[in-house]
Design a protein around this ligand. Structure first.
Ligand SMILES: C[S@@+](CC[C@H](N)C(=O)[O-])C[C@H]1O[C@@H](n2cnc3c(N)ncnc32)[C@H](O)[C@@H]1O
Length: 380
């Protein structure tokens, strides 16, 4: 973040990290109240920059912080501090939870263009061919050449398109899912059509989901980070409304700290898995396929209940925020993976809900993305 001479805010994006104080050239598009720029050249470089430990770091659109090296987490904390100061004011306390070194992606999206397999180049649909990915869990990285082999050898779909490689927890078996959701698993003798779901053992619980469906990118670290935060914040009560609930991660993490659970999610397959996952965990729940914004009624819940919302990046719809202002529960937990949308929603909710706790989890190491979590209580 910078400022123009006339005081306008300038939001800058840079491949490979940007340290405060570096002098750069950028292409900037000025809007009425702010500018958005992409760094094109460094005039001075911070001495803390290190050589990227990824051969395609300067081209690939997947990670932005390779050259920050071990300073990456601190740099990211400063970016988040800028955002929160700007959006929620100077005095808003928050806690920062950096990722452990071993956190790796358990899900990566590759593209096959008929000749090469790789990631998309930054801001482009051109391919950066890759044979390995140091941000991914080892079994996924090792499976990249096997995927290419499978496509070229016609054991897999050969049509150009998107591929997702994913693994469970612990990361061992690898699934490859094509754009039409057809899935194969990697065995020692090659790829075989998959029939089994992906399984994640997270502490005591096991969560299954279909290959290609949404799940946390670094599941063991996400489960540890969310689990300890919700425990420290003493999130508990009578009924948990797990909204945008996916296959039941938060219901499972909160376990028997609630007597009843209602999970609402728009994906039919995810809801079917949520039902099975929660039943297997001994946590019976009402699991509903619905659009959260349409489902949430006026006056939802009682003071001893909790509504937990984990929407997609765009955050909450304004009409849903209005409805939540009438909710009968005593506590809201809001989770958001887009910091700006998350802050906007906290502000929209602030007529009825007081922000009590705010935490930022580095669930997406090497990128500028974070997961924000807020605990809000009803203003009497
Ligand atoms: C960020 S994910 C969170 C999933 C889950 N809480 C987890 O951590 O595994 C958001 C979820 O909301 C679902 N979703 C998206 N739009 C929705 C809507 N309008 N109503 C209900 N669910 C929705 C997606 O299918 C996805 O599973």
């Amino acid at each position: 973040m910078g400022r123009a001479e006339d005081g306008r805010l300038l939001l800058l994006e840079a491949p490979l990290a940007l340290f405060p104080g570096e002098v750069i050239e950028a292409n900037v598009i000025w809007k009425a109240r702010h500018g958005e720029g992409r760094v094109t050249r460094w005039v001075t470089r911070d001495p803390r920059r290190t050589e990227a430990a990824c051969a395609v770091a300067d081209l690939c659109g997947g990670c932005e912080l390779w050259e920050a090296g071990r300073h990456g987490p601190e740099l990211k904390r400063q970016m988040v501090a800028d955002l929160l100061r700007r959006q929620l004011g100077e005095d808003q306390p928050w806690t920062w939870h950096p990722a452990p070194d071993e956190a790796r992606r358990h899900r990566i999206q590759l593209h096959w263009d008929g000749a090469s397999l790789g990631y998309f180049r930054r801001h482009s649909h051109a391919l950066v061919p890759i044979t390995t990915c140091p941000a991914a869990a080892d079994p996924l990285s090792n499976a990249i050449p096997r995927l290419l082999e499978g496509i070229r050898g016609q054991a897999l779909t050969t049509r150009p398109g998107r591929w997702e490689l994913s693994t469970g927890s612990p990361a061992d078996q690898v699934w490859a899912t094509d754009e039409r959701s057809r899935t194969w698993t990697l065995e020692p003798d090659g790829w075989h059509r998959a029939t089994q779901p992906i399984r994640h053992r997270l502490g005591e619980a096991v969560l299954c989901h279909e290959p290609g469906a949404f799940f946390q990118v670094s599941p063991p670290w996400a489960a540890e980070a969310f689990g300890s935060l919700l425990r420290d914040w003493k999130v508990q009560g009578s009924t948990l409304f797990d909204l945008y609930g996916g296959v039941g991660l938060f219901s499972v993490l909160l376990g028997d700290r609630f007597q009843h659970r209602v999970l609402v999610e728009s994906g039919t397959a995810a809801v079917a898995w949520a039902r099975r996952n929660l039943e297997a965990a001994g946590l019976p729940a009402e699991c509903l396929v619905a659009d959260v914004a349409e489902w949430v009624p006026e006056g939802l819940g009682q003071p001893e209940d909790v509504i937990l919302l984990d929407p997609p990046r765009a955050g909450l719809e304004p009409a849903l925020c209005d409805r939540l202002a009438t909710a009968g529960v005593g506590t809201l937990v809001l989770v958001g993976c887009d910091g700006a949308a998350f802050c906007r929603d906290v502000k929209r909710l602030s007529s009825a809900w007081r922000l009590e706790q705010l935490a930022v989890l580095d669930l997406f190491p090497l990128t500028s993305h974070v997961e924000c979590v807020a605990l809000l209580t009803r203003i009497p």
